[in-house]
Write a protein that binds this ligand. Sequence first.
Ligand SMILES: Cc1ncc(COP(=O)(O)O)c(C=O)c1O
Length: 401
Amino acid sequence: MLHQVPEIEPLEAILPDEPLLMMGAGPVPIPARVAAANGIVINHLGDTMARIIEQMKAMSRYVFQTESRHILGVAGPGSAAMEMAVINLVDPGTRVLTVNNGFFSSRLGEMARRAGGDVVEMDAGVASAADETAVAEAIRAHRPRVLTIVQGETSSTVFNHALPAICRAAAEADCLVVCDAVCTLSTMPLEMDDWGVDVVITGGQKGLSSIPGVSLIAFSDRAWQVIEGRERSLTHWCLDARLAHQFWYNKSYHYTAPVSGILALHEALRLVCQETLPRRFDRHLRCSRALQAGIEGLGLKLYIDGPSRLNSVVGIHLPEGLAQTDLMQHISQHHGVEISGAFGANIVRIGQMGEQCRSHHLFRTLHALGTSVRELGLKVDVPTGVAALELALSSHKPSFA
Ligand SMILES: Cc1ncc(COP(=O)(O)O)c(C=O)c1O
């Protein structure tokens, strides 16, 4: 007997009349060209795809700042790219040092444990960046083969600014560095070759302003040698970097690539190249700093202080008596703006990645935030916040020549 046809509402009945402004920790708004590319299906093999793949690799080399010939796309979320990095480099018994500042850095450690790695977790503190001296000491003490770290820990809004120094310490100990740049790539400098990062991972839906579910990963020659020298075959098919290389470099079949998502990512990368990295970094810096000034102008407090503060995702302490869930619900229902909460601390997070960094989005978001807090019965100074935002935007001095 056939099962009954379920009763289904059309999407229009589920989605809001007007799309919410996505100002949380990702996914972020996507440009029209990215959305249009995402609506196209082409053959996943053949000359057209080959030309697109060649361009994607060239653009990725620019965005990752690398000469690497081992850049791969991944059909999956940022976590799939994290998993590809880990399972291709961590064998049972491989010593791994995980620098942990929160949820995503700890996920890298958990993935390494599941791969059978001998994982040492270094608690770098959830409210401050990893200290380069402490990490160098941990490398000397534990002699890891692989070190995992996030450049920006989205969950705690911490920025690991000592990444270049940590890479130097790892290189001296012949240890590979796997860096999660899911929320930071193209929002701030990351120089894969010059800093000596061995694996850089990113997702589509954050700094690059593409769709979720198609990611990128770049391996250094040093990391690729380890992968090529691996004797055992991986239990995973889709995430086997050697098999993926066949598609990305030899035009041959691995699995049916997510063509529409790849086209969307192509357009997202093209827009980054068109803007250029120095201008894009400057846009992010200007907008994020101005948003932070505006939040402080409202009378709210930022979660992370000083150089450990991540600009790509900004954490905001909530005043006593205001729960993050109430604020998130109010701001989306009454102002059409989506922001994120956080696990653990009573903070909300506002993203400053890709298309989120536009001044018209900032004014709408800051006004919605301030008004929502006020409507929920707490005191904030909305005009002063908006004035601080405007002053910071207009007085910004570009950081590129
Ligand atoms: C720093 C960081 N790493 C990894 C991830 C995981 O990405 P995804 O959710 O696409 O698997 C995220 C997503 O929020 C992230 O912010």
